[in-house]
Ligand binder design. Structure first.
Ligand SMILES: NC(=O)c1ccc[n+]([C@@H]2O[C@H](COP(=O)([O-])OP(=O)(O)OC[C@H]3O[C@@H](n4cnc5c(N)ncnc54)[C@H](OP(=O)(O)O)[C@@H]3O)[C@@H](O)[C@H]2O)c1
Length: 254
């Protein structure tokens, strides 16, 4: 049993709390957002609502789930203690700032949960490696320890591909439904089709092999891929656009 606290009770806290449900932990969540805190307390037996200072004082592991723009104001002055484990999920909050805001503890990691963590099967890149994250979420999710802050920053940027990828699937599903008249079935088809190419952790070269097998000259897949080839450049350019924001430096400095 662990004592786990969440500062900032929004969408990602709700998903993480639901993912921890039923494991006998004691979970404290911030009183704000009040509606979400009340929903979680009603839904998850292990959850209690508390002011931020009591969340920190009463937890061994504290997850920081605020928007970064309010983090300094909210976190500075909370009773963090030496040796306490802090795990931030915040974009735009580098380790140097987290160390200043959460002093005196230095056991601070950054991870990137996604809403499907509520059900499990979510990749959790983390830097520095966090035994607490592994203990809490590792049984149902793939915890991926990284070797540098640059690596976690790059994973943060790469996590932005979820939205355009889902958008592409929905676009294809919509097109298909234009002929079948069944939008739900069309979305289910494209979603399941793509998922069957995606094992939980693809082995080395597995995705490239799958792509190669979809490259028959003149075939439907190869033809559509060639038509959409500019999307590859746009993806790389879009990710590069995050370099300054996530602290990766400019391209010629990499
Ligand atoms: N959502 C995702 O898929 C996702 C994935 C990975 C990482 N993240 C990161 O997770 C963080 C939170 O994202 P989110 O989507 O969960 O946002 P969110 O739903 O807006 O949650 C943030 C919460 O912080 C609360 N808050 C504001 N001021 C506070 C204070 N003084 N004390 C306590 N709580 C306070 C807000 O309450 P009010 O509503 O009352 O203002 C809100 O409920 C962000 O840094 C984001 O980058 C999100």
């Amino acid at each position: 049993m662990a004592r786990i606290g969440f500062i900032g009770t929004g969408e990602i806290t709700a998903a993480m709390v639901r993912g921890l449900q039923g494991q006998g932990h004691k979970i404290l969540v911030s009183a704000r957002n009040a509606n979400m805190a009340a929903t979680l307390a009603a839904e998850v037996a292990e959850v209690s609502i508390a002011p931020n200072d009591q969340v920190v004082a009463g937890s061994d592991v504290v997850f920081l789930c605020l928007m970064a723009k309010v983090a300094e104001t909210v976190l500075t002055g909370l009773p963090f203690r030496a040796g306490q484990t802090v795990i931030s999920v915040m974009v735009d909050a580098p380790l140097a700032k987290l160390r200043a805001w959460c002093a005196p503890t230095t056991d601070i990691s950054i991870t990137i949960p996604l809403p499907p963590i509520a059900q499990g099967g979510c990749p959790l890149p983390v830097y520095p490696a966090s035994p607490a994250l592994e203990a809490l979420f590792g049984a149902r999710n793939l915890v991926i320890p990284l070797q540098s802050e640059t690596a976690i920053n790059a994973h943060l940027a790469a996590s932005a591909i979820c939205s355009p990828m889902l958008d592409q699937l929905l676009t294809a599903g919509q097109w298909l439904a234009g002929f079948t008249g069944d939008r739900d079935a069309a979305e289910a088809y494209v979603g399941t089709m793509i998922r069957c190419y995606l094992p939980e952790r693809p082995a080395s070269g597995e995705l490239a092999d799958a792509l190669q097998k979809l490259s028959t000259e003149g075939g439907l897949n190869a033809t559509l891929r060639a038509h959409m080839s500019s999307a590859k450049t746009m993806m790389t350019e879009g990710l590069d656009g995050f370099r300054t924001r996530v602290g990766l430096g400019q391209k010629d400095q990499a």
